[in-house]
Ligand binder design. Structure first.
Ligand SMILES: NC(=O)C1=CN([C@@H]2O[C@H](COP(=O)(O)OP(=O)(O)OC[C@H]3O[C@@H](n4cnc5c(N)ncnc54)[C@H](OP(=O)(O)O)[C@@H]3O)[C@@H](O)[C@H]2O)C=CC1
Ligand SMILES: O=C(O)[C@H](O)COP(=O)(O)O
Length: 497
């Protein structure tokens, strides 16, 4: 079954995909649509509705009333529907993966993996939610000095209300369900604003939730350019929480949003610190996986290598040899390196490369670009005065900085405005733990490349990399607030007294 056909035919109207509200697929009254450019062909691949502000207002009202009913739905029923959606998602992985290939040039194999991983995330969330939301806390007053046991305190986790979920282009399905599933199991409703490039993948995913039979109005998906409809959404009074993943757009949103909980997973400049005793074959393999998977378009990609001078020549040679074996071409052929998501992204990456060239970096390969396709490039002898030492290319270009001490590596890592993940390679685990303690990042991987997965691990950025902690359990908890009920007794009650 291809995208927009069979079960998915109802989400398409002519050549424009509909938006989803009140349990139905709708055409926007705006009469406008947004073109989605295929990064490989650089031609329009799909079109989605440009929803109007009136339609957003309507969706917010629908989401609010649906949430009130959903909060009264037993946990086991919420979980049952999530398991159904997960199964449908995995059953239809092929058409959804096809959209990922066409919209964001994700290699075909990785596209299928993203959909299956998303189904697994939804199911795991259902199970985890039933457990952690099925228990609260019971406190007694006499544990605090001066009190008798005359007060029983019952605390529980209750939903926030309407969650506005805004995922980025690079995981438009996985980073959407990583917000949707925790929100739903916790009793919230969802308004999803998918990335423009990735929107059709997201709409197909939403249809799987629709087919699972969730109540009308509980899940809604409005499409349109973030630059046009984004502010109206994030500042909407009907929103009770924003869960955002993306670039520094998130910082701007955090300045505009009202008094509501924010979950922000933003950019990263994940540093890879390599000590002289590291297993260089292991390091080289992880630099390739970490630095060049999905053409470096991952927030957790290795974005700067900080290698001890004594090991640098040998490491660079090993990485060069592996770069030479990377396949470059269209996502349909499962190439390792595929076109980056847009011309503007490719131009940004090129700007960093030219800056590095002008300032004297060593080019381990010739710089080569054809349209949005940029060949993998390792830059050696990068110095801190070069932009690429600090900025996030979000592309297949990786800088190597040679260091003469561990402290120098840690300093560079901590001098970044980002603080998402980092990694350190050494055989000395005690030293690795000390370095991890010193690195100002949300996560440090020891002897492996940075990664968000597996999806139940806590995942958080600090500084300009984000607010709050995600990963299934933490995401569920972040989508709740505490409710306390205190029972006041006429006289102290010491059971078993
Ligand atoms: N920390 C993490 O887990 C991740 C971080 N990232 C970071 O995101 C960047 C690349 O992803 P990208 O999608 O381009 O990031 P963007 O920040 O450009 O977009 C992220 C989302 O925000 C939407 N958006 C854009 N403008 C607004 C606005 N004013 N109000 C509300 N929403 C808006 C976008 O919609 P539209 O597409 O219509 O513009 C998209 O859905 C990189 O910096 C990368 O590091 C990416 C993935 C994960
Ligand atoms: O934001 C991203 O790019 C993803 O969170 C990366 O996820 P991964 O490390 O599991 O690929």
């Amino acid at each position: 079954m291809a995208a927009g056909t069979g079960l998915f035919a109802e989400i398409l109207d002519g050549d424009v995909y509909k938006y989803y509200a009140d349990g139905e697929w709708k055409k926007s009254a705006s009469g406008k649509s947004v073109a989605i450019i295929n990064p490989t062909t650089r031609k329009t691949q799909y079109k989605v509705q440009a929803c109007s502000q009136e339609e957003v207002n309507k969706v917010m009202d629908l989401a609010k009333s649906a949430q009130k009913l959903w909060a009264k739905t037993p946990l086991w029923k919420r979980a049952e529907l999530l398991h159904k959606a997960a199964a449908i998602l995995k059953e239809h992985k092929a058409p959804i993966a096809e959209c990922l290939v066409k919209e964001i040039a994700k290699p075909a194999k990785d596209a299928v993996t993203e959909v299956v991983r998303s189904g697994d995330l939804v199911s795991y969330t259902a199970e985890e939610g039933v457990r952690i939301l099925g228990e609260g806390k019971f406190l007694v007053s006499d544990s605090f000095p001066g009190n008798e046991r005359t007060k029983y305190c019952l605390t529980s986790k209750i939903p926030l209300g309407v969650i506005l979920a805004i995922p980025p282009f690079n995981y438009p399905v996985n980073l959407a369900v990583s917000k949707i599933a925790p929100a739903l199991i916790a009793g919230n409703s969802i308004v999803l604003k998918p990335p423009t490039q990735g929107a059709v993948s997201a709409l197909h995913m939403v249809h799987c939730f629709h087919l699972a039979g969730f109540p009308k109005g509980l899940i809604n998906c409005v499409t349109g350019k973030g630059s046009e409809i984004g502010d109206f959404l994030t500042m909407h009074p009907g929103v009770n929480c924003i869960s955002f993943t993306g670039g520094d757009t998130g910082i701007a949103i955090s300045k505009k949003a009202g008094m509501i909980p924010l979950q922000m997973e933003l950019g990263g400049k994940d540093a890879c610190i390599v000590l002289e005793d590291a297993d260089l074959d292991l390091v080289a393999a992880n630099i390739i996986k970490g630095g060049f998977s999905y053409s470096g378009q991952r927030c957790t990609a290795v974005k700067v290598v900080l290698v001890m001078e004594s090991a640098a020549d040998a490491l660079v040679e090993k990485v060069k040899a592996k770069v030479a074996k990377l396949t470059v071409g269209p996502p349909e052929d499962d190439c390792d390196i595929t076109p980056v998501v847009s011309e503007s992204s490719a131009n940004f990456i090129e700007g960093l490369v030219l800056d590095a060239k002008e300032k004297g970096a060593t080019f381990c390969q010739e710089y080569k670009r054809e349209g949005n396709l940029i060949w993998p490039l390792l830059l050696d002898n990068v110095r801190p005065d070069m932009r690429i030492a600090w900025e996030e290319p979000f592309g297949p270009v990786l800088p190597v900085i040679r260091i003469n001490s561990v402290e120098e590596g840690i300093h560079h890592c901590n001098a970044s405005n980002f603080g998402l993940q980092g990694c350190v390679f050494t055989k000395d685990v005690n030293k690795a733990i000390m370095i991890s303690d010193a690195m100002e990042t949300g996560t440090v991987q020891i002897n492996s490349a940075p990664a968000r997965g597996p999806d139940h691990f806590p995942f958080q950025g600090i500084k300009d990399s984000g607010i709050g902690s995600q990963g299934i359990t933490n995401s569920i908890n972040m989508m709740t607030k505490v409710k306390t009920t205190v029972i006041n007794l006429p006289s102290p009650s010491y059971t078993m007294g």
